[in-house]
Design a binder for this molecule. Structure first.
Ligand code: ZN
Length: 456
């Protein structure tokens, strides 16, 4: 099939539709009747569905949780899983984040990369297949989520309440090219113990982030011991000692990172505990610090907790302490572990429960996400890789595994495919999120080839 002309003709309307969809602020908002994630999200979903309907596709809106756009005939269904909600704009933009600005060969706006641009690229690929009357043996359905950036309540609703026909193969264009065939299982949990002492400690604010700062207040007379302990640290420059309200306060500056790639961070809580471990502490604080250094320490892969494991596809399990809390008579560690696909989160949980029981902590699972794994030699992976290689000529890049989580893990036989190209700047979730129109054209070429090869 030669799609060149149709691609040329599609570039301008595609560019304009992406900009138009990005002009709708679809950050999760206050729920309203019939709009579980707020007005903006519902409006973005309705707009995307209308774009599909105007192209002559069947569309359906499931109570503003999820919508889908379907083309073609045939028994089998090919799925494309994306989302129309976005993260907040944040600070630092040079243009209006909701302006859908087209300038200098770029579209600029919150959501152009994540995930409005990729979703509409797939829709335009379907439009071209329809207009050219390309014979296909399967139906193709874009499934549009509306709560991906926060709680995935949209996909839960779709799978558990709507209970739709499921695709036999699917991809999620919400990551990068070429393809992610394995995503580690996710296990977030807490370890909690009772305390009767007052412990003035702060560190982190989410399970899934490496904390960039931590602090603790200690009795003023501990200042000399604290200075000695800091001086013995591997890098004393990350610590500051001050006096506040008759106490001595230790502040630690770490490096924040997503728990999916915790190697890029430096856990401020761990480095705080490292210093505290060299202090003449007593009582419950000493017990907590000793527990930390014995079971978490500075290591990243759960070695000290006794849960380390690794496999060829994913590399090692990771363990991040994202947050500590001392309140209401309890001390809590909030943790995030990414589990390689060859291992079961349930086995990791069993080990953690045993360890908790031995050490006087209560273990509780906060959340789990099952892993994604589709073999590299499966028809889905080889077909998508062939489409990518045919269009880009890039035979170097290989299918990858990832600690991150995309919608692809919500369904069987689904992988993450696109849309960031190798070397394309990743501004997802950042200020000045932008998409170059020449990159967009490559996206459209790849998606057209991919959807055609899957559905033909
Ligand atoms: Zn996304």
């Amino acid at each position: 099939m030669d799609f060149k002309k149709a691609i040329e003709a599609s570039m301008q309307p595609l560019t304009e539709d992406i900009a138009a969809l990005c002009r709708i602020n679809s950050v999760e908002g206050e729920a309203k009747p019939g709009m579980p994630f707020g007005e903006g999200v519902a409006q973005a979903l309705e707009t995307a569905l209308k774009m599909g309907a105007d192209m002559g596709f069947r569309t359906e809106n499931f109570d503003n949780y999820v919508g889908h756009i379907e083309m073609g005939e045939g028994e089998e269904l090919v799925g494309i899983l994306g989302h129309v909600d976005v993260v907040p704009a944040g600070e630092g933009w040079n243009t209006d984040p909701w302006g859908g600005v087209i300038t200098d060969g770029k579209i600029i706006g919150r959501g152009v990369l994540d995930d409005k641009g990729p979703v509409l690229t797939c829709l335009y690929a379907m439009k071209i297949l329809k207009e050219l009357n390309v014979p296909l043996s399967k139906r193709v359905r874009i499934i549009l989520g509306t709560n991906e950036e926060t709680d995935w309540k949209c996909m839960n609703y779709y799978l558990n309440e709507v209970k739709p026909e499921l695709p036999t193969m699917a991809f999620s264009p919400d990551s990068e090219f070429p393809l992610t065939y394995a995503e580690l299982g996710l296990l977030q949990f807490t370890l909690t113990r009772k305390i009767s002492e007052t412990i003035e400690i702060e560190g982190g604010n989410a399970f899934n982030s490496v904390p960039s700062s931590a602090k603790i207040a200690l009795p003023a007379e501990m200042k000399p011991a604290l200075e000695t302990a800091v001086a013995a640290a591997e890098d004393a420059s990350i610590y500051t000692i001050t006096e506040e309200d008759g106490k001595v306060v230790l502040k630690v500056k770490g490096v924040g990172a997503h728990a999916a790639h915790l190697q890029e961070g430096k856990n401020a809580i761990s480095y705080m505990m490292d210093v505290l471990g060299r202090m003449p502490l007593t009582g419950e604080l000493k017990e907590i610090v000793d527990f930390y250094n014995e079971h978490f320490g500075l290591c990243l892969y759960g070695e000290k907790m006794g849960i380390a494991c690794s496999d060829e596809d994913c590399g090692p399990l990771t363990l991040n302490v994202g947050m500590v809390k001392a309140e209401n008579g309890k001390f809590t560690f909030c943790c995030d572990s990414r589990v390689p696909v060859s291992f079961q989160p349930a086995d990791v949980i069993a080990k953690l429960e045993a360890k908790a029981a031995q050490t006087g902590y209560d273990y509780e699972t906060h959340s789990t996400e099952r892993p994604l794994y589709v073999p590299r030699d499966s028809k889905l992976v080889t077909t998508l890789m062939d489409a990518y290689r045919k269009v880009t000529g890039d035979t170097e890049s290989q299918p990858q595994s990832s600690g991150g989580a995309t919608y692809s893990r919500t369904m069987e036989n689904c992988v993450a495919f696109g849309c960031l190209l190798p070397g394309q700047e990743d501004t997802m979730h950042m200020a000045n999120e932008y998409l170059e129109i020449d990159k967009l054209k490559i996206w459209l070429e790849i998606m057209l080839e991919a959807i055609y090869q899957l559905a033909k």
